[in-house]
Design a protein around this ligand. Structure first.
Ligand code: FE
Ligand code: FE
Ligand code: ZN
Length: 299
């Protein structure tokens, strides 16, 4: 099967998209995901077109299809709340434009958190926001991420996401990113993934599923915590994650790792786990020495 696998990578202003592609290649990945700036703020610099052209060439030379590359919107934009709603909308309008300038057509977004409004108002705000943002000429699809249900997060089940999707006017510009840690924490048991996928198909439709975030979870099913764990080291487990990654119905959908960096005990330096996690995934063999392998490779 055609495995499309990658991870979160950095995007730095001084190297632009070229640096991100090189980082992905260093993990032996054939796709990647990045934030166009820091995930926790909305300071963004303009896109360097020269870097984009060179990055595209580098991707072509290394069989990375840019259609599988993902941008993630920053965590702090929140379309559910009335506070900062206008700011979130205008930021996301700009972010869609940035994606288009980068040649990337998939933008993952956390739907929002209904902090100062009711759940229903939150959902209505998200729909209203998306209808403003997606009213453009850009070929960019917003993928709403399935959330763990921490606090007042919207998107804690397939029904909530569908409620939003069916009321978004621009139906060809909206999709879903399924996060394995989040759905497990939300209460979906990945020991029975076929059933989960069937439910997804019945409620939302598999045609809407366009990205998978592959993460293990530090917590048990239904915990609503959202703490990611390295592949095979959490409560979902290696076999269940392999089962998701190699599911026939999910072929051709990019799979992105967002697992935690490994620190060397001193917290001063942390190392990316992705080269070794991707190796395990490609070989379908769990590495019980993962942490040590990572530390000895990078230190
Ligand atoms: Fe996310
Ligand atoms: Fe995620
Ligand atoms: Zn998460």
């Amino acid at each position: 099967m055609n495995l499309i696998i990658g991870s979160h990578v950095s995007y730095k202003t001084d190297t632009g998209l070229i640096g991100s592609v090189k980082e992905a290649l260093s993990y032996n990945a054939n796709t990647f995901m990045f934030y166009t700036g820091a995930p926790q703020n909305t300071n963004r610099s303009s896109i360097n077109k020269e870097y984009v052209e060179e990055a595209k060439k580098l991707m072509e030379d290394n069989n990375i299809d840019i259609n599988n590359v993902i941008v993630h919107a920053p965590y702090i934009v929140n379309l559910a709340n009335t506070n900062n709603f206008d700011f979130s909308v205008s930021f996301l309008k700009q972010e869609v434009k940035r994606c288009s300038e980068l040649g990337i057509n998939k933008l993952v977004l956390h739907p929002g958190s209904a902090v100062n409004v009711s759940k229903d108002e939150g959902i209505n705000n998200i729909i209203a926001g998306l209808n403003i943002i997606l009213d453009n000429d850009f070929d960019v699809i917003i993928l709403l991420e399935t959330m763990a249900g921490k606090g007042n997060e919207i998107g804690r089940n397939f029904e909530q996401l569908n409620e939003i999707i069916k009321k978004v006017k621009f139906s060809d510009k909206i999709g879903v990113c399924l996060d394995t840690c989040h759905i497990s924490d939300a209460g979906y048991d990945l020991n029975n993934f076929d059933k989960v996928l069937e439910e997804f198909d019945n409620i939302i439709g598999l045609d809407k599923l366009m990205c998978i975030h592959v993460n293990d979870s530090k917590n048990v099913v239904g915990s609503h915590k959202d703490r990611h764990e390295n592949i095979g080291y959490g409560n979902i487990g290696f076999d269940n994650l392999i089962n998701v990654i190699y599911n026939k119905k999910l072929e051709n959908i990019p799979k992105i790792l967002e697992t935690p960096y490994i620190d060397n005990g001193d917290k001063k330096r942390a190392f990316p786990p992705y080269l070794f996690e991707i190796k395990m995934i490609r070989e379908k063999v769990f590495n019980s020495n993962l942490i040590n392998d990572i530390i000895s490779y990078y230190k």
